[in-house]
Design a protein. Structure first.
Length: 368
C-alpha cells in the first residue's frame, strides 16, 4: 500500500520551495546587492514589486538591523582554555559562522524537479533518464546540490528536541496550525501504526562536500566513495554536527528511515562547532551542530518492493533539484537567465524530461 504520509510530505516539497521563490526572492537579492555591490533589476513581475515594495523594504531594514546588532546582544562563543586556565591564541579558532564582515553571497538559479508532471506518481520517475540528466548538468554547469529532507526516527523518541526538524517552529509558531513534530502517529508502507520523529538532516552533493574538508573536528569528511551505495544493507556514511559528540562515537551505527525505507548509517566524522552555510542569503542560516549530514548517494542496485521503488524514484529525481551558479556579474544576471533555461530545456529534451523542470527567474544567494 502507498505511504500517504510520505507522499504528502514529499509532494509538497517542491511547491513550498517555489512559493518562497515567487514571493521572497527579491529580499534575498537585495541582501546580495547590499553585500556585493551593484544593482539588480528583476526580469519580471513589476506589479508584484510595486505592490509589496513597502513590506519588502521594512523586512529588509529589520533583517539588516538584526544582522548588525545580533553580535552585540548575544554572548560570545565559548572558547577552550589551556591547562593553566589562561586563554591561548591558538585556542581561539573562528568557526564558519563567526563573521567579521558580511559573507559574500554567490548567486544561483534554483532548479526543481516537478513531481506533479508524473502521470504515474513518484514511483514512475524515469530513473535512467534522470541519472543522465544529472550527469549532464554536472558537466555543463557549476552545479551545486544541497537539500534537506529529514531522516526519521521510528519509535518513541526521548532525545533532545534540538535535533528534531521543525521543533523551533513549533515552539515559536508563525502559523498556529503547526503541531508537535515529536512522536507523531503515522503509518508505514504496510499500513502499520508507528510513532515517527523527523531529525534535522542535510544531504550534500558530490560537488559541494569538499568545502567542509577543513571543518572536521574528529574523524573524516565525506569522500567520493560515499556517493555510491552498492546494496541496501550497506551502511551510509554520515558526518554529525558537534552536538552529537555527547551521544555517538566514531564508528557507531544506527538505523533511521530514509524516505520510505529504514537504512543503516555509520558515523565517520564530527564537524567543528558552528559549521554550516547560509542558504537563501542571510535569511536562513544552516547550522550543522544538531544535524546529520549525509551524501546524496546514487543507489547501485535494483529496488525490491514498493517502498524501495518509491525511495529510489524520489531520491534520484531530487539529484536534479539544486542550484546552478551564475558566473556573471550582478549587472548581467538578467541576460543569463534565458541562456541557462534554454540549455536546461535542451538537456531535458535529450533525456526525455521536457517540462519536468521549474527554474524561477530570480536568483537565490548562498554563502559558504
Amino acid at each position: 500500500m502507498d505511504d500517504k504520509r510520505l507522499k504528502a510530505q514529499f509532494s509538497s516539497k517542491s511547491n513550498q520551495e517555489l512559493q518562497f521563490t515567487k514571493e521572497d526572492r527579491q529580499k534575498v537579492f537585495n541582501q546580495i546587492e547590499k553585500i556585493n555591490g551593484g544593482s539588480y533589476i528583476p526580469k519580471k513581475s513589476p506589479v508584484f514589486l510595486k505592490k509589496f515594495a513597502p513590506v519588502t523594504v521594512s523586512l529588509l531594514i529589520i533583517g539588516l538591523c538584526l544582522f548588525l546588532f545580533t553580535p552585540l546582544i548575544l554572548p560570545e562563543n565559548p572558547i577552550k582554555k589551556s591547562n593553566t586556565g589562561d586563554v591561548s591564541a591558538s585556542d581561539v579558532q573562528p568557526t564558519q559562522t563567526e563573521i567579521d564582515e558580511p559573507v559574500a553571497l554567490e548567486p544561483y538559479y534554483q532548479t526543481t524537479f516537478d513531481f506533479g508532471k508524473l502521470s504515474g506518481g513518484i514511483k514512475s520517475v524515469p530513473i535512467e533518464d534522470v541519472k543522465a540528466m544529472y550527469n549532464e548538468m554536472k558537466t555543463v554547469f557549476d552545479y551545486v546540490h544541497v537539500s534537506k529532507y529529514p531522516l526519521v526516527y521510528r519509535g518513541y523518541y526521548e532525545g533532545d528536541t534540538s535535533f528534531v526538524e521543525g521543533y523551533e517552529q513549533y515552539q515559536n509558531p508563525v502559523d498556529m496550525n503547526i503541531s508537535n513534530p515529536v512522536n507523531v502517529v503515522s503509518r508505514d508502507w504496510e499500513g502499520n501504526e508507528i510513532l515517527t520523529t523527523q531529525l534535522k538532516t542535510v544531504l550534500l552533493g558530490e560537488s559541494i562536500f569538499k568545502r567542509f574538508d577543513d571543518s572536521i573536528e574528529e574523524g573524516r569528511n565525506l569522500q567520493m566513495s560515499d556517493f555510491t551505495l552498492a546494496a541496501p544493507n550497506e551502511p551510509i556514511s554520515v558526518v554529525l554536527g558537534n552536538a552529537y559528540k555527547d551521544i555517538y562515537e566514531l564508528g557507531d551505527m544506527f538505523s533511521l528511515e530514509l524516505i520510505s525505507e529504514v537504512m543503516d548509517f555509520q558515523v565517520v566524522g564530527f564537524y567543528k562547532s558552528g559549521v554550516g552555510f547560509q542558504n537563501e542569503g542571510a535569511l536562513h542560516p544552516e547550522n550543522f551542530d544538531h544535524t546529520i549530514v549525509m551524501p546524496h548517494f546514487i543507489p547501485d542496485y535494483e529496488p525490491v518492493g514498493e517502498a524501495a521503488v518509491f525511495q529510489h524514484a524520489f531520491h534520484i529525481a531530487e539529484l536534479t533539484s539544486g542550484y546552478i551558479r551564475i558566473p556573471e556579474s550582478i549587472e548581467r544576471i538578467n541576460d543569463k537567465y534565458d541562456h541557462i533555461v534554454g540549455i536546461m530545456e535542451q538537456m531535458a529534451e535529450r533525456n526525455n524530461l521536457s517540462g519536468f523542470y521549474i527554474i524561477p527567474d530570480r536568483p537565490v544567494g548562498i554563502g559558504w
